[in-house]
Write a protein that binds this ligand. Sequence first.
Ligand SMILES: O=P(O)(O)OC[C@H]1O[C@](O)(CO)[C@@H](O)[C@@H]1O
Length: 548
Amino acid sequence: MRPKGASAAAWSQLGAAVEALGQRRTPELFAAEPDRVERMSLEAAGLYLDFSKQRVDAAGLEALWSLAQSAQVTDHLRQQFAGDAVNFTEDRAALHMALRAPRNAHQPPGGPAIAEAVHEVLDRMEAFVHRVRSGAWTGATGEPITDVVNIGIGGSDLGPRMVCEALAEQVRGPRPHFVSNVDATELSRVLAGLRPASTLFVVTSKSFGTAETLANARSARAWLVDALGDAAVAKHFVAVSTAAERVSDFGIDVDNMFGFWSWVGGRYSLWSAVGLSIALSLGMDGFRALLAGAHAMDAHVRDAPPEGNAAVWMALIGIWNTNGLQLPSQVIVPYAQALARVPAYLQQLEMESNGKTVNSDGVAVQQQTVPALWGDVGTNGQHAFFQMLHQGPTALPVDFILPVSLDHGHPDQHRMLIANCLAQSEALMQGKSAGQVREELRSQGLSGQALEDAVPHRVFEGGRPSTTILMSCIDARSLGALLALYEHKVFVQSVVWGINAFDQWGVELGKQLASVIDDELRLAVPGEHDPSTAALLHRIVDGRTAEG
Ligand SMILES: O=P(O)(O)OC[C@H]1O[C@](O)(CO)[C@@H](O)[C@@H]1O
């Protein structure tokens, strides 16, 4: 069953609810609804989610539940867990949940054969991880491996990179490094700190055909071969891929390849062998804890009714903001330095998944789909873009992600971090009226025209929406639950919009054109292009960046 999206009637109900809400701000909603926090917050897989600061009232929530019901969200979730081809343009299942289901799961997503294949690879990973971490696997000269370099891009990079950074304090094994950009500056910087004899490269690519990854892998191999000779490749290169033949063509023995499957989307793949660099650095127990956290969220999303389902809430609140209030972007602010890469990770997850305008019938969707998603850590963001969040022309919804305890030995600083996070969401919601500003200025001794001139600049409109997600701490389990929550949110939204969250045709055209231009640059012969591109190309080929 392809998602048909929510019905026209349900969208109209949403529109009517927005109209009825009018200019009412969230503080007024709190005043009218004494049980708002209880009704608009929930716990799931060790996380606490508070949606009560969103600018939506009871009628709005009713409209959202109708939207979910008319889009048959529950049925689509069931189908996804069953392994139906929810990726309908590529006729594939999207079964990342199978990657984190325990060995003897009662209802393994996609069925028992998939569960068996998944655990076979996990067992192979475990054996390899143990050999590397124990020193039984050595480099070509007999040295143990001290550094692991994951070479991959997009989903073959962002997830493992983000998790390794988030859990850096727990790394007890080889140090993890990541190279993704075709700009070789990144590779050069990483290699500058490493010794070939103790470095293991993990070339991670679902297709093993991604130009950037192959270019970096070739350069890394040249660096290694230069120091240790051709024969060393076998001990210093392993692959993670679904494309055994290409791996072998590259010169990596398929015995040193860890496989996964077409039903694992790139941006949903960190739970597969794509997480090998995580497992090597944290140990297999750490990796399995990540899987367990994600599985706990899967179980919640699978079993909870829509009104108590964290992913359905996240998805519908996002739809309220995007389609109801028509807010153009979604801001992600983790109050945790360790989670600095979460916004970038979610950019791929949300925007590559739902950045679509064509529905399952191949017809343009009537609604806006995914909003632009961006963000940075608190408190840094407060000194950069929060001015706009508080007083800019458009309210932008924020997801605040806050670990309640952090183990860095500076409790006072962590208390300040928490205080800032709560203060920001409170300030965005409450705002500050002209009357309050006047009173404040008067108490500071200002009066007359000077006071009146100052007032408008200091007013905060308020009513600006946010969700707060509390994690008890940053450990593998909580992180797994958090990431799985966003994955399910994305799927539920795609069902309501009636689009496919699991293909990414939009990345292809640029890849094709880059390959043509790359050939022209190599031959220094610009071809036919639009006037702008042609002029740029000629300047570059002629070495004329700017004259004078
Ligand atoms: O793992 P691969 O096949 O190298 O692909 C890397 C990335 O490229 C994309 O196909 C497009 O950006 C992503 O979906 C994917 O995560």
